[in-house]
Design a protein around this ligand. Structure first.
Ligand code: DPN
Ligand code: ZN
Length: 314
């Protein structure tokens, strides 16, 4: 596990003071964070693929492949010393589950939460959507244990059920939190589709999001600047689980490698891949398997998550 020390000048904003002199806001300084092994993320994705294959080809809400996915992620977190909890809810006549994992310690009044949805659509195994986000946050959680990271803030991870049916699990989680608990969550980072085969490098735009979201946007952008990869801002609106947190006034951020949208030629020039083709041609289809991935995007986003977690929690 290699440690990097990164200081970047991204996020420097010129501020005109009352006297008319231009001064720069402090640069975004990233904490040294572990390099997350993409091989470990890929091994987790192979496991989720195998869970789908032995459960009718999907990991969807109300199906055995979903429950098996929760059990598998939970066992890994339990073995690493996380305090885990499975929260059940009912949707369309089926029981759904959220998996919540707390890393013991840190200031609970200052909680940093990181999440992604663990369910797939019925049509397929959901490896890019959202095995990628699920496996990447899992490996970041396991790296907390492996490196002996002692964050000053409290760290919590969440794997949401029934996102594909309308953000059901994450909305249930946020709505079921007492007001006093809700206000302890100062940051929510969401990862939904981070290894698209014809990838974009999108960072969630803070514009229109609760105040405090700009810092999350800047930290994720700063990581990409440090590895010399261009990003674009994207407005993900209500399309993923961060929306439930944003509605509660919690600052939100995330990265996204693209779904059914088409890569432009300008994007293909800066990121490679194929212009005129979808970022993920297998989005919500049976072909969203372990063949439907770009390992470089998966790797960079996993490292971006670690960088953001180490920076925001310390
Ligand atoms: N909500 C995503 C899905 O699960 O299908 C797609 C998506 C993710 C769209 C993130 C925008 C941003
Ligand atoms: Zn998704």
């Amino acid at each position: 596990m290699r440690l990097r020390k990164i200081v970047t000048t991204l996020g420097v904003v010129a501020v005109i003071t009352a006297t008319g002199t231009a001064t720069a806001a402090p640069a975004t300084t990233l904490a040294a964070a572990p390099d997350i092994s993409v091989a470990a993320v890929q091994a987790d994705l192979a496991q989720l693929q195998s869970i789908a294959s032995s459960n009718g080809g999907n990991r969807a809400h109300g199906r055995p492949g979903y429950q098996a996915s929760v059990n598998w992620v939970k066992a890994k977190l339990d073995a690493a010393g996380f305090t885990t909890r499975v929260q059940s809810f009912t949707h369309s006549g089926a029981t759904g589950y959220n998996l919540i994992a707390d890393w013991p310690g840190g200031d609970e009044n200052n909680t940093v939460m990181v999440g992604g949805h663990l369910d797939s659509v019925n049509a397929g195994p959901g490896i890019n959507d959202n095995g990628t986000g699920s496996a990447s946050i899992l490996e970041v959680a396991l790296a907390v244990k492996a490196t002996g990271f002692k964050p000053t803030k409290h760290l919590r991870f969440g794997w949401w059920g029934a996102e594909e049916l309308g953000l059901i699990g994450s909305t249930y989680y946020v709505n079921s939190l007492p007001a006093a608990e809700k206000s302890k969550i100062k940051t929510y980072l969401n990862f939904d589709m981070t290894g698209s085969p014809n990838p974009a490098y999108f960072v969630y735009s803070a514009s229109g999001q609760p105040s405090g979201s700009a810092r999350l946007q800047q930290v994720l952008q700063a990581y990409y600047t440090s590895i010399n990869v261009a990003t674009e801002l994207t407005t993900v609106g209500g399309r993923s689980d961060h929306a439930a947190f944003a509605r509660a006034g919690i600052p939100v951020g995330g990265t996204f490698s693209g779904a059914e949208g088409t890569k432009t030629s300008a994007q293909a020039q800066k990121w490679g891949g194929t212009a005129g083709r979808a970022y993920d041609p297998c989005y919500h289809r049976s072909c969203d398997t372990t063949s439907n991935l770009n390992a470089t995007a998966l790797d960079r986003n996993a490292d971006a998550i670690a960088s953001a977690v180490w920076t925001l929690a310390s």
